[in-house]
Design a protein around this ligand. Sequence first.
Ligand code: ARG
Length: 463
Amino acid sequence: MQDLENGSKTWSGRFSEPVAELVQKFTASVGFDKRLARYDVEGSLAHAQMLHSVGILNQEDLEAIRSGMKVILEEIESGKFEWSVELEDVHLNIEKRLTALVGDAGKRLHTARSRNDQVATDIRLFLRQEIDGILVSIRILQKALLDLAWENADTVMPGFTHLQVAQPVSFGHHLMAYFEMLERDHSRMSDCRARMNRLPLGAAALAGTSYPIDREMVARLLGFDGVCENSLDAVSDRDFAIEFCSAASLVMTHLSRFSEEIILWMNPGFGFIDLADRFCTGSSIMPQKKNPDVPELVRGKTGRVTGHLMALLTLMKSQPLAYNKDNQEDKEPLFDAVDTVATSLRVYAEMIPGIRVNREAMRRAVGRGYATATDLADYLVKRGMPFRDAHETVARAVRFCDGKNCDLSDLSIKELQSFSELVSEDVREFLTLEGSLMSRNHVGGTAPDAVRAAISRARKNLG
Ligand code: ARG
């Protein structure tokens, strides 16, 4: 119980009995917020430099703080730092150690600051760094997609609606749809970073401080674009964490949709692609199995991130201004969302180049679903038939094919003409898969030339 004596607490002066052990454990956050240590030190060093420049801290104290923090960082990196639950959180652990190392200078560091603006600053610094990594990972994945799409601009696969064969599309075009989603993800993450990049420090506990601080200087030192304008908002705002989780949920939702498709395409009933063995696992009982565990796990992990978004929204919804201890609950969901989205992106970027495409299987599948029925209708329309009539005419032809168990392209010109006199020899090129693809040659269309143009534009934009 020795450690629990009032004297060990930074704020113990006001209390007449030690905090119950259970409460101490319940309220401590050091178990997870120690992850913020390097940002806590970074923020403290900037704060100390500012305190010195406005004359609150002398040169000697500043240097003592700097040398103490250096030791602390080394101790943390080498795993020698002794984290203590009694000291509640990362902030008090570091401050106590600093004071043990350098004496009173350590105790002066907290002048004109509170843990409320300190923690708000730490999380922003942390998340900014993580977003930068995520932005890079999105780009790497996008580049992998561009390469695979380029190789497959001419690869014909069935495009689906309702998971039923609809029209032929280029596999490259299909992949480029995911490129577009990731492009929006990149922009959302960048937006979140830009809005978040403001300094809370200076807000102190909630109302600001009576010391002559220089917030702009601290903002500059820490790479923030400006300062938070309202002290109450600065310490209590967690919008940025919610925005991040929202953007991250969308990244995961996109990867989850992609995963679902990869899993389907790997099924022998489709057989469209094969994943490199190093991305699959076997079954302990069924010797023939090759399971797409990686996409399955990404699909599964999507729920975690969406869950964290809900957790953070719910965490904030009833909090009065300004800081409340509730806010300590922001960290674990945020950390897990960061880790999940970062790893999922990395694993995806490595998986994509290992995809082997089975062009024959895609072709067979598209040949089975009357994928060129719309092309035949369009052909009739271009020869003067109103679209609704053309639709009906082709539907009858499809039914006829159903009975004969063949594709529209297998019908003779005579047979086709029995449905409409407008049909002539040139209908053939409209009924082939290549003809169907090539006819959709506009920005956003699936013609191989349009797909290649889209990929080239994307490559240029990515630089
Ligand atoms: N561990 C706290 C958190 O994560 C730090 C801020 C504590 N502030 C306070 N007044 N108790 O939010």
